[in-house]
Write a protein that binds this ligand. Structure first.
Ligand code: HEM
Length: 370
């Protein structure tokens, strides 16, 4: 597509984010697109019946105001105290996993690792982490081959009265019903935690949000608190888990690359570059936007309110920007990938994500090089 039709239109998109619209595949156009938040909005049209995730589904200037509250909590320095906990959790999970003859890396490590860290950072009770993970998997992974996600979603669909038998995939309407049920459970859980922290503040993100002020003018509303926590829940858990799963799968099928990684992973500078390259190569996020006014974009005529999807995995493999894009080159320079996004919404969790990937891959490969 990138070569023959770099800006394509489809009315049969298989993405839950968008059923029809435009798809971008070139790196340079994707960068231009992501940096123009006035023409390409993160906000859904007014008739979309779902509350916006904050700050991801809000445009500047409001998004900027939310980021001003949140940014200081996610700097490199703010993440540093987590390091010993990351190592401790990673050691514990790897130990438990390797105690058995065989293991499922996603279920036993990639999913629980970021979940446990997130619980600690956000202030979710650590003992709830399995429930938290299950909600996330039922919501996000009903139909993409994630075995636990399917099992949970099919169970909820049955509870809702759908006849899901024989392991058949869920229909779109069934999946939406499951999402509605799980979303309501998560929102209820978040509301409970917010109430607890109002009563008894601790040193965690929920407590800080409860006392934060929007532009120094007013406290955040109950809805703003829930919508922010909901986004962090989704963005913080599933991204790192998915990236880890893909990386370890690649290493499992390409032992030479795995050994190349193991050779360099104790050199901090080389490791940082390798992590960036792994995020470029295994980009996982599709970025949807809504066109705010009729616009011509590199020859394509976008109409107001149409959707445009920017798959970061397409941009990150564009040969015009990256030599040998389909190869993992651990010391790639420059490496201006957009795996963490670009522009106003660039990932706020970037320093945490890098740290989690680093510690996870080091710990796992130290114990399990082959
Ligand atoms: C490998 C891991 C990760 C990847 C690849 C990733 C990727 C991304 C991308 C591409 C965006 C841009 C969204 C957009 O433009 O609409 C984003 C935004 C965001 N990410 Fe991440 N992310 C990762 C980890 C995390 C973690 C660990 C957290 C939280 C602790 C997090 C929290 C967020 C939040 C809150 C936003 C919304 C920022 C905004 O709209 O201003 N992410 N992420």
């Amino acid at each position: 597509m990138r070569k023959h039709c770099p800006i394509a239109y489809s009315d049969e998109m298989a993405s839950p984010l968008m059923s029809k619209g435009w798809v971008l595949t070139r790196y340079d156009q994707s960068c231009e697109f992501l940096q123009d938040h006035r023409t390409f909005s993160n906000q859904s049209s007014d008739d979309y019946p779902v509350r916006p995730w904050i700050p991801q589904a809000i445009d500047p200037p409001h998004q900027t105001a939310y980021r001003r509250i949140l940014n200081p909590w996610f700097t490199v320095d703010a993440m540093r105290p987590l390091e010993p906990h990351l190592e401790e959790f990673a050691d514990q999970l790897v130990g438990e996993m390797l105690a058995n003859d065989s293991f499922d890396f996603v279920a036993e490590f990639a999913d629980p690792f970021p979940t446990k860290i997130f619980c600690e950072l956000a202030g979710f009770p650590g003992d709830d982490y399995e429930q938290i993970m299950d909600w996330k998997n039922a919501l996000m992974h009903a139909s993409d081959g994630h075995s636990r996600g399917y099992e949970l979603a099919a169970g909820i669909a049955r509870e809702l009265g759908f006849d899901v038998s024989g392991g058949r995939p869920l229909l779109a309407a069934e999946e939406m019903a499951v999402r509605g049920r799980v979303g309501a459970s998560i929102y209820g859980y978040l509301a409970g935690l917010i109430a607890q922290r109002r009563a008894e503040p601790r040193d965690d993100m929920i407590s800080r949000l409860v006392t934060a002020e929007y532009e120094g003018e007013r406290p955040l509303t109950e809805e703003e608190l829930e919508d922010t926590l909901f986004l962090f829940y989704m963005a913080g858990l599933d991204t790192v888990a998915s990236a880890l799963g893909l990386i370890v799968q690649t290493f499992a099928t390409d032992p030479a690359k795995r050994h190349e990684f193991i050779e360099l992973m104790d050199d901090p500078t080389r490791l940082d570059a390798a992590i960036e390259e792994l995020v470029r190569y295994h980009a996982i996020v599709l970025l949807p936007r809504r066109v705010t006014a009729d616009t011509e974009f590199h020859g394509a005529k976008f109409a107001q309110d149409e959707g445009v999807l920017c798959p970061t995995m397409a941009a990150n493999r564009d040969p015009e920007e990256f030599d040998n894009p389909d190869e993992l080159v651990f010391d790639r320079v420059p490496n201006r990938h957009i795996g963490f996004g670009l522009g106003a919404h660039r990932c706020i969790g970037i320093h945490l994500a890098r740290r989690e990937l680093r510690v996870a891959l080091q710990t796992f490969h130290r114990e399990c090089p082959d």
